[in-house]
Design a binder for this molecule. Structure first.
Ligand code: GLC
Length: 439
C-alpha cells in the first residue's frame, strides 16, 4: 500500500491510547450511562455542569502513554451525551463555561504534543440531548439543519483552534447516513483546515462497527482514511486500519470495580494487530477526578518495558503471517527480518519453525541479545540452545535475519483450513502404503 508521506507515521506508530472521559466518569458506570439507565436528562445535565475534576493532568496521561510505548492518543472531545471538553462557541455545555472553567482539549493537545506524541480528537456526531438527532432530517428537516450546522461548526472549531491535529475520529453516525450528515462537505472542510490529517471511517451508519462481518461487507467503508474495527482485530486490505479495544471488560468510560484484562492479554492484542498489519488503540477511562486508574498504569508500564526491548518487532512492522507459527505465537516482519513473537516458553531449549523458504543468516533472541544456533534443512528451521528459563515474563522475541524478505514455501503460504487443500497431497502421500494405509 502506497501512503502519502504525511501518513507514514501512523503505521509506524502501531500503538495509541484511546481516552474516554467526560462527566459520565462521575457515575462510574461507563460512558453511556445517560442512555443505558434512561436518566432524566435534566439531572444528568445539572450534574455534568457541576462536574469539576481536580486531578486532570494531561501531562501525566501523556507520560503514561509514552512509558507504554504508545505514539499517539485520541481523546473524546465530546461523547454521545453532548458535553464538550473544549471552549466551544456554539454551546455553553462545555468544560470552559461550566464548573471547571478550563479548556480540557487545549490542555490535552499542549501536553501530548510537548511529550512528542501525535494528537487525535474523537467527536461524536450523535448528541442524545437533541430531539432533532433522534427525529432525523425526514421528520424534522428544520431542526436537523440547525443540528447539522452545529456539528459542522464544532468540527471547524476543533480543527482551527488547537494547532495541527493528526487524527479526527468520528463516532455515532447511526442511524443517519453520510448524506444526512453532509459528510463529504465536512471532510472537504476538514482537509482544507488540516491537510495532513487522517479521518476515520465512521461518518456513515454501519450495521455495527463492532461486527467484523459489517467491516468485511464494506458497510463502514464509505469515506475515511482508516477503518476502526471495535472489539475485534480484523485486517482491512488496501486501507490503513486500527482496532480499538478496551483494557477492561466491556465499557470505555470509567467503571468502578470493573475487571481488567491482564498485561499479557493487552500485549497480545497489540501483537495480533501488528501481526495482521494494523494498529491498536488501547482504551482507558480516567476517573471522575481525571486520574488514570492504577490498574491501567501498572499494565501499561509492563507493556512499555517490553516495548523498550522488543519495539523493533512492532513499530513500522508489516503483517507477518509468513509461515506456520500458530502453535507458539505470532509473526511480524520488517525488511529482511522475520520476528517470532512467542506467547509461552516451554523450556525445551529448542524450537522449530516450518515453512520458511528464505534462507536464514542469523537468529537473535531479541530479549537477551544472544545469538541462537540453528539449522535450516528441508522445510524446517531448527533453533537450538534456547534458555531454559523464560527470558521475560511477557513474550520473548526471536529475530530471524534472512537473505531477503521472508517468504513461505508454497504449502505454507496459507494457514490450515484455507488455501488450496490439494497442495498438501504430496505431504500426505509421503507415508506411502504402509500396513495401516487403506490405499
Ligand atoms: C461505540 C460506542 C462508544 C465508544 C466507541 C468506541 O460506537 O457507542 O461508546 O465510544 O464505540 O469505539
Amino acid at each position: 500500500m502506497r501512503l502519502p508521506a504525511h501518513w507514514q507515521w501512523f503505521p509506524e506508530a502501531r500503538f495509541g491510547m484511546f481516552v474516554h472521559w467526560g462527566p459520565y466518569a462521575a457515575y462510574g458506570r461507563g460512558e453511556q450511562v445517560l442512555f443505558r439507565e434512561h436518566l432524566d436528562p435534566r439531572d444528568y445535565e445539572r450534574r455534568a455542569c457541576a462536574w469539576n475534576p481536580q486531578g486532570y493532568d494531561p501531562a501525566r496521561w501523556a507520560e503514561t502513554a509514552k512509558n507504554a510505548g504508545m505514539r499517539y492518543a485520541v481523546l473524546t472531545t465530546r461523547h454521545h451525551d453532548g458535553y464538550c471538553l473544549w471552549g466551544s462557541k456554539a454551546t455553553d455545555y462545555t468544560s470552559a463555561r461550566q464548573a471547571p472553567g478550563r479548556d480540557f482539549v487545549q490542555e490535552y493537545t499542549d501536553a501530548f504534543r510537548t511529550a512528542g506524541l501525535r494528537v487525535g480528537l474523537y467527536y461524536s456526531l450523535a448528541d442524545w440531548r437533541i430531539p432533532a438527532y433522534w427525529e432525523g432530517p425526514e421528520y424534522d428537516p428544520q431542526g436537523w439543519t440547525v443540528f447539522c450546522d452545529y456539528i459542522h461548526a464544532q468540527v471547524c472549531e476543533l480543527l482551527s483552534d488547537y494547532g495541527p491535529i493528526d487524527i479526527f475520529w468520528f463516532d455515532g453516525a447511526w442511524p443517519h447516513s453520510a448524506g444526512d450528515w453532509r459528510a463529504e462537505e465536512l471532510v472537504a472542510t476538514i482537509r482544507s483546515l488540516q491537510p495532513g490529517i487522517l479521518v476515520n471511517n465512521r461518518l456513515d451508519r454501519a450495521a455495527s462497527p463492532t461486527s467484523p462481518a459489517a467491516e468485511s461487507a464494506g458497510e463502514s467503508r464509505s469515506l475515511g482514511d482508516f477503518s476502526t474495527p471495535e472489539h475485534y482485530i480484523t485486517a482491512e486490505s488496501g486501507r490503513l486500519w486500527e482496532s480499538c479495544q478496551v483494557s477492561t471488560w466491556r465499557l470505555w468510560g470509567y467503571t468502578a470495580g470493573e475487571r481488567w484484562r491482564p498485561a499479557d492479554v493487552l500485549l497480545d492484542m497489540l501483537v495480533e494487530a501488528a501481526g495482521k498489519g494494523g494498529n491498536l488503540l488501547l482504551n482507558v477511562g480516567p476517573d471522575a477526578e481525571g486520574r488514570l486508574p492504577e490498574e491501567f498504569t501498572l499494565r501499561t508500564e509492563q507493556i512499555g518495558a517490553w516495548m523498550r526491548v522488543h519495539g523493533e518487532a512492532i513499530y513500522g512492522s508489516e503483517a507477518g503471517e509468513v509461515c506456520e507459527f500458530i502453535t507458539y505465537g505470532r509473526q511480524t516482519q520488517k525488511a529482511n527480518n522475520l520476528y517470532l513473537i512467542i506467547r509461552f516458553w516451554d523450556g525445551q531449549g529448542a524450537l522449530t519453525l516450518s515453512g520458511l523458504e528464505t534462507a536464514v543468516k542469523r537468529a537473535v533472541l531479541l530479549t537477551t541479545g544472544q545469538e541462537i544456533p540453528f539449522e535450516q534443512a528441508g522445510d524446517c528451521l531448527h533453533l537450538r540452545d534456547l534458555p531454559a528459563e523464560p527470558p521475560t515474563p511477557l513474550f520473548p522475541v526471536i529475530r530471524l535475519e534472512c537473505a531477503g524478505p521472508p517468504r513461505p514455501l508454497p504449502w505454507a503460504a496459507d494457514r490450515l483450513w484455507s488455501g488450496d487443500p490439494r497442495r498438501m497431497t504430496p505431504w500426505a502421500s509421503l507415508r506411502g502404503t504402509g500396513a495401516n494405509a487403506w490405499r
